[in-house]
Every structure is written in structure tokens, then in C-alpha cells.
Design a protein around this ligand. Structure first.
Ligand SMILES: [Zn+2]
Ligand SMILES: [Zn+2]
Length: 275
């Protein structure tokens, strides 16, 4: 891969970014994962939350969390894989949650774009996993594609979640942003914010206080400009953070500090980087 560091925005010393949503177990990273993580650390993206989408990726996330001190894991069945969320599979995830690298439950939710699982199956798996997350005392990571109303209704119906959560890869409007914040959730802003046609997301970022925002790559997907269409990786979140800073007319350091504090609080991350 071409070295792109020369065009990356520069993060001041002692300020870190946290990539709150990446899929480090995916094939896209299998040949150079050590380099991807090292490059991120070198550029100030010091901590990464790697997200489970099924039984195997949840196990792999935990394995990565054990192997790297700055990687944390989440576990869960993505709506695409909702039909795999059987009693037995959920019991196994609950056991996996005992590992200290597990900091969240997800990604769970509803995806009405791809509909890889029938909607009723998605809804059932979502509900059960919200309850399991509460039992396990973990914050939830919500995936919501074109399913805003049902996601909100289900979260509301399941009652308060003391550990809170995040609407990852936020794609709604201001109104939805307010409703999500009222639930006590964070909004996580992906690289999409660097796309010039993402006007609704620009508006959400502009009007939402930094204390409600997290940043993510959703790597290997959704690479920010100027890497749109290529593999995404945690280092490239610098472009996302600078765009958020530009929209909010703040410094990159302010955005990095606030969003990292939010991520540390939500996921109760123990280790502080730089050490
Ligand atoms: Zn997702
Ligand atoms: Zn994801």
C-alpha cells in the first residue's frame, strides 16, 4: 500500500484519537494488520475498538484485544447475521463477555437496506441482544440503516440502558440526532462526513455539541476523502476528525480530546494513551 502519511493532518503530541468502530478481523487486514495498528499508533489513533458481527468475529475481536494492549473488543450479532443469534450462540457470547478486553455489545440493530435476514428475525435478535447487553452491563453499539423509527421504538420499549450506547455510523437528520441523544446515546461520525454531498451529516455535526459525538472509521469500509473507495483503516480517521473540526470551527486537538474522552467514558476504557 502506498504511504499516505505526507497528506495526513497532523495531531499534536499527547493528543489521541480513538477509533470506536473498526472491523480489524476482516480479510482486508489479514496481510498487514500489525502495520495497520502500528501506523495508527504512530499517527495518534492510539486506541481502536474492533467490532464483532457474529460468533467467529466476536471471538476474533477478543483474541485481538488480548494480543494488543490498545485494542478493545465488542461482541454481538449484526442484523445481517440475526438468524445465527440462537439461544446457544447468545450463551456463548455471554461467556466471551467475561474477557476483560470486551467493552461493548454490538453491533446489533436493524438493516432495512440489504435485508439479508427477514425483518422479523432482525427485530427478535435485536430485542434479545439489547436485554443481554443490559444483563452483561455493557453499552450497546447500534447499526441502523434505513430503520430509524423501528430502532428508536425498540430501544425505547426495552427500557433504560444504564450503560448507554452509541448509534454508529450516524446517518439520520437533526431530529433523529436529538432523539438519540435523549436516549442517552452518543452519535458516532464516520468518514462519510468528508463527502461533499453529505449535507445532512454536516448539519448534524454543526448543530450537535461535541460532548455527544464519537468518531469511527467502520474500516475497512467508508474511507474518507481523499481515499474514498479504497480500503479504510484507523489512521485515516484523522481526515474525519479534521473535517469535524472544520465544520465546528474548532481545532483538531479539541475534537480529538473531546471525542476520546467520550469514548473512554462510554466504553470505560482503562488504559490511557500515551501511557
Ligand atoms: Zn454497522
Ligand atoms: Zn460495523
Amino acid at each position: 500500500m502506498k504511504n499516505t502519511s505526507s497528506i495526513l493532518p497532523f495531531l499534536p503530541d499527547k493528543i489521541e484519537l480513538i477509533d470506536t468502530h473498526c472491523h480489524l478481523d476482516m480479510d482486508a487486514y489479514q496481510n498487514d494488520l500489525d502495520l495497520v495498528i502500528q501506523r495508527a499508533t504512530d499517527h495518534g489513533v492510539r486506541r481502536i475498538v474492533t467490532i464483532g458481527i457474529d460468533a467467529a468475529s466476536s471471538r476474533e475481536a477478543v483474541r485481538l484485544g488480548e494480543r494488543y494492549p490498545n485494542i478493545y473488543a465488542t461482541i454481538g450479532f449484526h442484523p445481517h447475521n440475526a438468524s445465527q443469534a440462537t439461544d446457544r450462540a447468545l450463551r456463548q457470547l455471554a461467556l466471551l463477555a467475561e474477557n476483560s478486553s470486551v467493552v461493548g455489545y454490538g453491533e446489533i440493530g436493524l438493516d432495512y437496506v440489504k435485508n439479508y435476514a427477514p425483518r422479523d428475525v432482525q427485530i427478535k435478535a435485536f430485542k434479545r441482544q439489547i436485554h443481554l447487553a443490559r444483563e452483561l452491563e455493557l453499552p450497546v453499539i447500534i447499526h441502523d440503516r434505513e430503520a430509524h423509527a423501528d430502532c428508536l421504538a425498540l430501544l425505547g420499549a426495552c427500557g433504560p440502558l444504564p450503560k448507554g450506547g452509541v448509534m454508529h455510523c450516524f446517518s439520520g437528520d437533526r431530529q433523529l440526532a436529538e432523539e438519540v441523544i435523549d436516549l442517552g446515546f452518543y452519535l458516532s461520525i464516520p468518514g462519510v462526513v468528508t463527502f461533499s454531498n453529505a449535507r445532512m451529516l454536516h448539519e448534524v455535526v454543526r448543530t450537535t455539541d461535541l460532548r455527544h459525538l464519537l468518531l469511527e472509521t467502520d474500516g475497512p469500509f467508508l474511507a474518507p476523502v481523499p481515499h474514498r473507495g479504497k480500503r479504510n483503516e484507523p489512521t485515516l480517521m484523522l481526515h474525519t476528525a479534521s473535517m469535524v473540526a472544520e465544520i465546528k470551527q474548532l481545532s483538531l486537538a479539541e475534537v480529538a480530546q473531546a471525542t476520546s474522552d467520550n469514548a473512554t467514558r462510554l466504553f470505560q476504557l482503562s488504559q490511557r494513551y500515551p501511557a
